[in-house]
Design a protein around this ligand. Structure first.
Ligand code: G6Q
Length: 551
């Protein structure tokens, strides 16, 4: 509950930061580095094996203290404790938020509605491990007795992005004789292309859906069942060997025809976008094996413990969250670019888009009032160095301020030639160029004609974080994901918003359901939409008739 006292402390901390921003905004990183030869040391931190250099941010020690002061005034400490305690901090859905319980060690106790949930988490993990082992060693066979070699995960949003990202990120550790594919879009092309070269006798579908009612997933699951059963001459009893489910909804799973013995459960206190380490990660476990999956969970847990216990000034997710607020609300930056210099993390920015924007794209506070400042920045990105040859131009010389998170690893998993040195040279060079730029005098000294000088000037003073980790492992991935989860949590605490609901995706879903029957050319009911929507529907109906007549 926000009391009058906390409101005024918050206001005071915010006002102090606004004043501090005015004093600091014109200062250049060149100057800040020149003033403090130990700046890199003073603004970097290592925890849980993750090193963060945040010295190339437009901050001073005073900024850091004032931001931490804001975090305190916003009750971040109490909010962290409430999450880890299992309080129902997802207020608009009246739910606890306990992805941290998914990676809690066996002996831990986290109580929701009077029940310690940790044993149930480990029971599901054990069931997943048993299944993963039997599939990986060939004991689990398809309906005709052949081993399963293809695994297709059907899910969308939180039931897709985590599994896809984790599979790509940990491909190095995956079984190369197994094929993993992912279907998410309700566009049938997605399904058709994924199964086009697969043999039903060797293909297992994981239907991953928390609710087991999601339009896209259920549509694709039905396509998959028809395709699979079709491969066995229509024999429905094949479903038991070729379909498993990950869900909280046993009733719907059974209705679909999947034996609930082959269902892996989770709970309403796991949000979709926070679920890659729950049973939603079954495809990940099948790919990398139970041991690596456990290592990933341990990595998550290490970062959880750091977030829960480290003082804010030395807390990686807290500092990153506060920096995001600093740029979003004081500098007016609208986006954050996440730029992994690691090919295996190619889907990491896409994964983060859901985590960050579905969580913090909110316009009302926990109590339902309008927010006092801008919330959720737009997260985006692509792996380096590819991005350097495309959109980095705008980051370097455009008119917008785009804080960047660079992510790199000291060791390459594919150490060929001197590629890794070149990769790392580029990530270091980008941070340097963004921060320090190139002055007109420097450009001139290089012999540029006067007319060309302005084009070649880099003003610099463009902020970045550099995250440097030893090696991409399952544990590292867990740490990185947890780092961003808690970074998002920190931002939400400052803005006093519910980072765990997603009402914003509802309206479109409801309207689509209403439109589906209206697309039938034979439908006769009057269209009562706005003129634009109605005429688009009419045009589609007519087009469909024409296309059918031409066939
Ligand atoms: C995530 C969201 C959303 C959800 C999908 C899939 O936090 O809730 O992306 O994961 O809509 O939902 P189901 O798992 O219920 O199919």
């Amino acid at each position: 509950m926000t009391t009058e006292a906390t409101t005024s402390t918050k206001k005071a901390a915010w006002t102090a930061l606004a004043g501090h921003y005015e004093a600091l905004r014109a200062r250049h990183l060149r100057e800040l580095f020149a003033q403090d030869p130990q700046r890199a040391e003073h603004f970097s931190l290592e925890a849980a094996g993750v090193f963060l250099d945040y010295s190339k941010n437009r901050i001073t020690a005073e900024t850091r203290s004032r931001l931490v002061e804001l975090a305190r005034a916003c009750g971040l400490r109490e909010r962290i404790d409430a999450m880890f305690r299992g309080d129902k901090i997802n207020v608009s859905e009246n739910r606890a938020v306990l992805h941290v319980a998914l990676r809690a060690p066996v002996g831990a106790s986290i109580v929701v509605d009077g029940e310690n949930v940790v044993p149930a988490v480990h029971a599901v993990l054990a069931k997943m491990e048993q299944f993963a082992t039997s599939l990986r060693d060939g004991t689990w066979k398809g309906y005709t007795g052949k081993p399963i070699t293809n695994i297709v995960n059907i899910g969308i949003g939180g039931s897709d992005l985590g599994p896809v990202m984790a599979y790509e990120a940990l491909r190095y550790y995956s079984r190369r004789d197994l094929t993993f594919r992912f279907v998410s879009n309700v566009d049938a092309t997605d399904f058709a292309e994924v199964v086009s070269d697969l043999d039903p006798a060797q293909t297992l579908f994981i239907v991953a859906s928390k609710t087991f009612t999601t339009l896209e997933t259920m549509t694709n699951a039905h396509l998959a069942r028809a395709w699979s059963v079709g491969g066995f001459g229509g024999d429905e009893s094949s479903v038991a060997k070729h379909f498993v489910a990950v869900s909280t909804n046993a009733k719907e799973v059974a209705k679909f025809g999947i034996d609930t013995a082959n269902m892996f459960g989770f709970w309403d206190w796991v949000g979709g976008r926070y679920s890659m380490d729950s049973a939603i990660g079954l495809s990940t476990m099948l790919a990398i094996g139970p041991e690596h999956f456990r290592a990933m969970l341990a990595g998550f847990h290490e970062m959880d413990e750091h977030f829960r216990s480290a003082p804010f000034e030395q807390n990686l997710p807290v500092l990153m969250g506060l920096l995001a607020v600093w740029y979003n609300d004081f500098f007016g930056a609208q986006t954050v670019a996440v730029l992994p210099y690691e090919q295996y993390l190619k889907r990491f920015p896409a994964y983060l888009q859901q985590l960050t924007m579905e969580s913090n794209g909110k316009h009302v506070t926990l109590e339902g009032g309008p927010v006092a400042s801008d919330t959720g920045p737009i997260y985006w990105g692509e792996p380096g160095t590819n991005g350097q040859h495309s959109f980095y131009q705008l980051i370097h010389q455009g008119t917008r301020l785009i804080p960047c998170d660079f992510i790199a690893f000291i060791e390459s998993l594919n150490d060929l030639g001197n590629s890794h040195d070149m990769l790392l040279a580029n990530v270091f060079a980008q941070g340097e160029a963004l921060a320090f730029g190139k002055t007109a005098a420097e450009v001139k000294a290089e012999g540029s004609p006067d007319w060309l000088v302005p084009h070649r000037v880099f003003e610099g003073n463009r902020p970045s974080n550099t995250i440097l980790v030893e090696r991409l492992t399952p544990a590292t991935l867990g740490k990185l994901v947890a780092l961003y989860e808690h970074n998002v949590f920190t931002q939400a605490a400052i803005w006093d918003i519910d980072a765990f609901d997603q009402w914003g995706v509802e309206l479109g879903k409801v309207l689509a359901q209403r439109i589906i029957p209206e697309l039938d050319p034979a439908s006769t009911g009057a269209l009562t939409h706005d003129s634009s929507t109605s005429s688009l529907i009419m045009r589609y109906r007519t087009g469909k008739l024409k296309a059918a007549a031409a066939r």
